[in-house]
Design a protein around this ligand. Structure first.
Ligand code: ZN
Length: 242
């Protein structure tokens, strides 16, 4: 079985289409999604329809939660909050109920998936370094767990201690006796300085985890954000990968 693990699509239809095309070429048999299907980008309805139609395991992201509800988003900057309100209006009540009903974490085959952290997933903490990863490892009862939320691909490995930041241009091999907490990067709004869409292929037979980076039509995604009247910053950052 070869799993494609995608996260943080953020209503970027061009990014999502390019990634789904690459997934086909990679011979993946399954796809799972780590949340934030919507928010920021100009195509929330289209992206949600695609992901829903795939009938795959999806966990809830903070944008999914806020766009699915009627509450004011907490801890969002102005551009993100504006995108929440705009996105709500693009979706049906039924779409928003689907977002609300998503679970915070799930077990898929032999691994787990979560949007932010395993310790308190509904608090949307960020894992950028070892100490933050250590809290999640305490609650990780599978050898491998995939997460998103930071939009920065990073792998944390726990053996006798927690090691961090060890991403792996040539791939990562899952070895016995170690645990892996792996950020798969972002399909729709990468923030590691590389504007290409990111996702991960997890091959269960080979026990390898490979990061993929895919070129997509950034200019069209930007143009749609501007035409929708969404904040300019949301368009600009796509080209910068920030
Ligand atoms: Zn996100």
């Amino acid at each position: 079985m070869r799993y494609a693990i995608i996260a943080d699509i953020h209503a970027n239809l061009e990014g999502l289409r390019a990634v789904l095309e690459d997934i086909k070429g990679q011979g993946c048999t399954h796809v799972v999604c780590l949340g934030d299907v919507v928010g920021y980008g100009a195509n929330p309805k289209e992206c949600l329809d695609i992901i829903r139609g795939m009938n795959i395991p999806v966990v809830k992201g903070n944008h999914d939660e806020y766009i699915g509800s009627t509450e004011d988003p907490e801890g969002f900057n102005d551009a993100a909050a504006e995108a929440v309100t705009w996105s709500r209006n693009q979706l049906t009540d039924e779409d928003r109920k689907w977002l609300r009903d998503l679970k915070y974490r799930r077990l898929v085959a032999s691994f787990s998936i979560v949007h932010a952290t395993l310790d308190v997933p509904e608090r949307w903490g960020y894992v950028f370094e070892k100490l933050q990863a250590a809290s999640s490892f305490t609650y990780q009862n599978t050898q491998v767990c995939f997460f998103g939320h930071t939009h920065v691909p990073l792998a944390f490995i726990k053996d006798t201690a927690v090691r961090g930041g060890v991403y792996h241009p040539e791939g990562l091999r899952v070895e016995p006796g170690k645990k892996y907490f792996v950020n798969v990067g972002s399909v729709g709004q990468p923030r590691d300085g590389d504007p290409r869409a990111g996702y991960v292929v997890y091959d269960l037979a080979r026990q390898t985890i490979d990061l993929r980076r895919i070129e997509y039509d950034v200019a069209t995604a930007q143009r749609k954000i501007r035409e929708a009247g969404l904040p300019e910053r949301l368009a600009k950052r796509l080209a910068e990968g920030r």
